[in-house]
Design a protein around this ligand. Structure first.
Ligand SMILES: Cc1cc2nc3c(=O)[nH]c(=O)nc-3n(C[C@H](O)[C@H](O)[C@H](O)COP(=O)(O)OP(=O)(O)OC[C@H]3O[C@@H](n4cnc5c(N)ncnc54)[C@H](O)[C@@H]3O)c2cc1C
Length: 479
């Protein structure tokens, strides 16, 4: 009997766990370790943050799902991994302070990101002055602060809103872009638009970059860039923007930034929602002599190294190759340890990285979206199944972000009648300028905007929750 331990129950971990158990049945053990017993449909937190969706609609309890599947669930946090012991194990810490050693034959690290607010002084809702939609409690607090600002506008007090990224290396520009449009939509819906100054600030080298090096689509014979698209949505709604910027610090009611050219500035705000940079979840890696071997298994960011070419990060942008990106997501030192979803260390950014004259790095980190995380979690599960059932000595399944595409649906306002969303497909996720003029295959890279996009976005919310609950025909819903 093999024992597979999955750390994390998000898009990557839950997808891996359900597929593993379905294929391996009772003969093998699947254990999920996670400090939260809920699955969260994170993409809808942008709606929670403006009060257009109830928080409880975005999550559900995984306990009955795991019970039905026969998956053992340990409601604690992985603190240490001991990959060198005769019995390889994870130390799990529970809320009451007790710890347990959980042995594994195969381990999947799908722990997602640590929200690294500390990287920018004053950033974040807990110890700083800005809001966030990157956890459910943060999104609820953001909603409350947004609604307070709405009340002030109703009383005739003009409000300044700032939305974007809170650090030069932050990712998730797409989520911030959705949030600013939903914020504008909610303000306009209440007839208060002329009371609000709304400003976008981001580390993208140009508007519409979204951390994926931008995108070009062909429509009606014309080539349209993500830059043109993003700019036109901001112009249409009277949203000002600052791009190519690193937020140096956030204070009560203002933030300081520097841009790629070295231009410094200060933005005043009454409300600011700024996405923090991400780091790996702090887990220790200990060898059989008790030494800390984290630097051998993880990148300096704390994300786990997999089968990527990490030497490529030192090369200039022009020399980055699609083959730098991982395919099988196994750790090079321990072939029974995998990292899936946000937990794996990317070899380098996707967008071109810049430095301000003072050396400040302004380089969006690569997004690893929910769809990519699900695909990677599923791929890793298939390799482990092959290793267990068929005795494969190496992981056999691959899914490189340089070889698969993505569908991104960007909400621009939530309403079944007056809402809209931009629907964008891109193939592949990592642009390949050697093969395609604009980096991507334009037969599979297209975009459209409208009410239908909102319906699709809304439908996906329920479809994915259905799938993540492992309900009837869940396995046929694409990752
Ligand atoms: C506001 C927002 C909007 C987004 N919108 C979209 C969108 O529209 N479309 C899209 O595709 N993507 C979107 N994303 C990105 C998407 O949410 C992520 O790509 C996805 O959640 C990554 O999945 P994951 O499984 O790697 O990590 P997560 O979903 O973060 O899951 C990590 C899991 O690990 C657990 N964990 C944490 N620490 C430990 C530990 N020590 N031990 C064990 N378990 C641990 C957590 O509890 C959690 O269960 C959005 C992200 C944000 C923040």
């Amino acid at each position: 009997m093999a024992r597979i331990v999955v750390l994390g129950s998000g898009f990557a971990g839950n997808t891996a766990a359900l597929n593993l158990k379905k294929a391996l049945g009772r003969k093998h053990e699947v254990i999920v370790v996670s400090p939260r017993k809920n699955f969260s449909y994170i993409p809808s937190w942008i709606w929670v943050g403006v009060g257009s969706m109830k928080p409880e609609k975005t999550q559900f309890d995984l306990t009955p799902v795991y019970k039905k599947f026969g998956i053992e669930f340990k409601n604690g946090a992985a603190e240490e991994i001991h990959p060198d012991s005769v019995d390889q194990y994870v130390v799990v810490k529970y809320a009451d302070g007790k710890t347990e050693r959980v042995k594994y034959d195969y381990l999947i690290n799908a722990t997602g990101p640590k929200l690294n607010f500390a990287a920018t002084p004053g950033l974040g809702p807990d110890e700083g002055y800005s809001d966030s939609v990157c956890s459910l409690p943060h999104a609820v607090k953001t909603r409350d602060n947004f609604l307070k600002a709405v009340e002030k506008m109703k009383q005739g007090k003009r409000q300044k809103f700032v939305v974007g990224t809170g650090h030069g290396t932050a990712t998730c520009q797409g989520a911030a872009f959705e949030y600013i449009h939903n914020l504008e939509f909610e303000i306009a819906k209440r007839g208060l638009r002329d009371m609000a100054d709304i400003t976008w600030i981001s580390n993208e080298p140009m508007l519409g970059d979204f951390g994926v090096g931008g995108v070009v689509v062909r429509r009606n014979g014309n080539f349209i860039s993500g830059k043109l698209f993003a700019e036109s949505t901001f112009r249409e709604k009277g949203i000002k923007w600052i791009d190519r910027a690193h937020v140096r610090n956030v204070k009560e009611g203002s933030l300081d930034y520097v841009n790629i050219e070295g231009k410094e500035g200060t933005l005043d705000f009454d409300f600011a929602m700024l996405i923090p940079p991400f780091a790996g979840i702090p887990i220790s890696y200990i060898d059989k002599d008790g030494n800390d071997i984290k630097s051998q298994l993880c990148a300096p960011s704390g994300f786990m190294k997999v089968d990527a070419d990490y030497t490529s990060g030192a090369k200039p942008f022009e020399e980055w190759k699609n083959s730098d990106w991982p395919k099988k997501y196994n750790n090079p030192l321990y072939k029974n340890i995998f990292a899936a979803g946000i937990a794996f260390a990317p070899p380098h950014p996707i967008s071109k990285a810049f430095k301000a004259p003072d050396g400040t790095l302004i380089a969006p980190s690569p997004p690893r979206t929910g769809m990519a995380s699900g695909i990677i979690g599923h791929t890793v599960a298939l390799s482990i199944i092959d290793m267990i059932k068929n005795g494969a000595e190496e992981p056999t399944y691959s899914a490189s972000m340089a070889e698969f595409g993505a569908i991104c649906i960007t909400s621009m306002g939530k309403s079944m009648i007056g809402g809209s969303a931009a629907l964008l497909t891109m193939y592949p996720v990592i642009p390949n300028y050697d093969k395609y003029k604009f980096g991507r295959n334009l037969n599979y890279t297209f975009g459209d905007i409208g009410l239908a996009g909102h319906w699709v976005k809304y439908m996906l919310h329920y479809l994915f929750i259905w799938k993540m609950k492992g309900k009837f025909l869940w396995q046929y819903i694409p990752d």
